[in-house]
Design a protein around this ligand. Structure first.
Ligand SMILES: [Zn+2]
Length: 277
């Protein structure tokens, strides 16, 4: 049995502030150890539960945050950027039985610690077939297309609530309780590691690959905080204006939809000016 862990950082233990997740800052150096502790706890829990193989896919920013040297030696880690399926790279090869979203967060335009969807700012909302979408929801749909269930989600309490919508059966662990976008009541790493390990062990029982779920076509609509950014998004073929500061596209599969989304966010982030947005 093989488990894939998609590891994002905003929802890690102790993280509440931009510098906590910004590579190169002293706070990031400290928080990457807390992040590694969460991920390793999930690895240990899955191994306790009977998994033969655990692959971690780094999913935050430069995708080079976790401390490989502090992970259990039975784990393997995919690190670095430019991967076909980005945050859920590795789910597409037909050998993954369950996926875990560790350190996840709520979506753009909603409440939650460091809430966003791919872009730290700029995007004020993303909808998939009319439903407001977090990264968790989008990535769960990609995984479903390969028949892989989401079995564990960790992050703040609102992230766990969000996950009840897209992965009702998954085990959830709140490592902190949301107070504001930049504040949370945090549990200690010793506490959260124990909670994550116990939940991951139970979650292993849910890891059963099923028939791929189709469900297309998939329409993704995005709202930006400035009109020039929705204009920039329409540079990507197939992306059309859909309202004030909005753009939308439709693809037949989530595989295509998530790749179009990556193209849009790459172009939009290159169109943001530091001072005037
Ligand atoms: Zn994220």
């Amino acid at each position: 049995m093989k488990i894939l862990i998609s590891a994002d950082m905003e929802g890690a233990t102790g993280v509440t502030w931009p510098a906590d997740v910004l590579p190169g800052t002293p706070q990031w150096e400290r928080c990457r150890a807390l992040f590694t502790s969460d991920v390793n706890a999930a690895v240990l829990g899955f191994l306790d539960g009977g998994a033969d193989e655990v692959l971690i896919n780094e999913a935050h920013w430069t995708m080079r945050n976790l401390l490989l040297e502090r992970l259990d030696e039975r784990a393997r880690m995919l690190t670095g950027r430019h991967k076909s399926l980005s945050m859920v790279e590795g789910v597409q090869h037909g050998d993954v039985d369950g996926i875990a979203f560790v350190g996840y967060h709520t979506g753009a335009g909603t409440e939650g610690v460091l809430a966003h969807t791919y872009l730290a700012n700029s995007l004020t909302g993303v909808w998939l077939n009319g439903v407001r979408a977090s990264e968790g929801l989008l990535n769960a749909q990609v995984a479903a297309e390969y028949g892989v269930p989401v079995i564990l989600v960790t992050g703040d309490d609102l992230t766990c609530e969000d996950a009840t919508g897209y992965a009702p059966r998954a085990h959830k662990v709140a490592v902190k309780d949301h107070v504001s976008r930049y504040a949370a009541v945090c549990r200690t790493p010793a506490r959260t590691a124990a909670d994550i390990r116990a939940a991951a062990k139970l979650a292993t029982a849910l890891a059963h690959r099923h028939a791929p779920v189709g469900g297309g076509p998939f329409t993704v609509e995005m709202e930006f905080d400035a009109a020039h950014l929705s204009d920039a998004a329409t540079v990507v073929p197939g992306v059309e204006p859909s309202g004030e500061r909005r753009a939308a596209y439709t693809n037949g599969t989530m595989y295509e939809a998530i790749r179009t989304f990556k193209a849009v966010t790459t172009i939009v982030s290159a169109s943001v000016e530091e001072q005037y947005g």
